[in-house]
Design a protein around this ligand. Structure first.
Ligand SMILES: Cc1cc2nc3c(=O)[nH]c(=O)nc-3n(C[C@H](O)[C@H](O)[C@H](O)COP(=O)(O)O)c2cc1C
Length: 311
């Protein structure tokens, strides 16, 4: 089984991915959070830092683009190709209102003819691999049949399916029946993504879908960064490794960000997920959320690691 790490805009930047790769690893591909092409045809400071080859050493990283303009996609793909990338992923899943109302991300799924034309123009000109990360529709799973027909027309390098609708956001359960249907009808190499939080979830998935050869892990990895390693080797996440992982991320944010508030904003997001890995941690996570000074934050983190056990 190939295991991929899902992109998380605002969370899984290069600092996070490098620490993950160093301390836990076991990931075959790391997807970089989306690049949003702008009118200047240039990457933003954040985007450039995220894709720089020196920030992605020793791992296979795949950049992602969020757009509905084939021209913008091709222009950004060219820049990425110059940095040495030979695979680009298209975001067809972002469910956020501001993205969807502009017809991007999951919003693009509501305009199948336009999407077809977009893919036609992209695949006519592009000479590197293009993979797609898609939801199954906007409002109803029946939409996926038409979308799959379109995807099947093009030499997509892999199709990552998150079987939720845009209206689901991250609620409800992934629609495994629609996924099963799609898997049977898809010409492409398929990767499954959605709600694999534990080894048990992974095993249940593999039992139902023994022929699926790729799984993308998302929030399950943010909660337990050792999930992929545990799937591969059976080694459970321990406090010492988790602490080293946390400390490296904090240290690197301190090096590149300025001001306690900015750094703590990032660390609070980290604990929003990883806090769930500790038993009985609500009180500590609340204190972390309220902390405004790094010194205070570090004391709470010390206490959490000292006083609480991993689930
Ligand atoms: C805060 C946040 C940021 C995300 N950013 C991206 C992104 O940049 N690109 C993308 O394709 N998906 C993004 N996603 C979706 C995840 O990559 C993943 O598909 C989703 O969490 C479902 O997988 P899971 O159930 O295993 O978590 C984001 C999700 C969240 C919660």
């Amino acid at each position: 089984m190939k295991l991929y790490f899902a992109p998380f805009e605002g969370i899984s930047g290069y600092i996070y991915r490098n620490a993950l790769n160093r301390h836990f690893g076991a990931i075959d591909k790391y997807f970089i959070p989306f690049i949003l092409p702008n009118q200047f045809g240039k990457l933003s400071y954040r985007e450039k830092n995220d894709i720089l080859p020196e920030h992605n050493k020793g791992m296979q990283a795949v950049p992602q683009i969020l757009t509905n303009s084939s021209e913008d996609f091709l222009c950004t793909a060219k820049i990425l190709q110059e940095y040495g990338y030979n695979e680009i992923n298209l975001n067809l899943g972002c469910p956020s209102r501001t993205v969807v109302t502009k017809g991007r991300g999951a919003g693009f799924l509501g305009e199948p003819e336009k999407l077809d034309k977009f893919l036609d123009e992209v695949f006519e000109k592009i000479d590197i691999k293009v993979s797609l990360k898609t939801r199954i529709g906007l409002d109803a799973p029946e939409e996926f049949e038409r979308l799959l027909e379109i995807y099947n027309k093009y030499p997509v390098s892999e199709l990552i399916i998150h079987p939720r609708l845009q209206i689901d956001m991250y609620k409800n359960l992934p629609d495994l029946d629609t996924f099963e249907n799609a898997f049977g009808q898809c010409n492409h190499s398929v990767c499954y993504n959605g709600d694999i939080f534990t080894i048990q979830d992974y095993e249940n998935f593999v039992e139902r879908f023994p022929k699926v050869a790729k799984v993308m892990l998302g929030r399950g990895m943010l909660i337990n960064p050792g999930l992929a390693r545990e799937i591969r080797t059976g080694i459970k996440t321990d406090k010492e490794t988790l602490r080293a992982f946390h400390d490296e991320i904090l240290e690197n944010y301190k090096n590149v960000l300025s001001g306690d508030k900015t750094i703590l904003f990032k660390m609070k997001e980290f604990w929003f997920y990883t806090g769930k890995l500790f038993a009985d941690s609500d009180k500590y996570i609340k204190k972390i959320r309220k902390s405004e000074k790094i010194a205070v934050y570090e004391t709470v983190v010390d206490q959490l690691f000292f006083e609480k056990q991993l689930i």
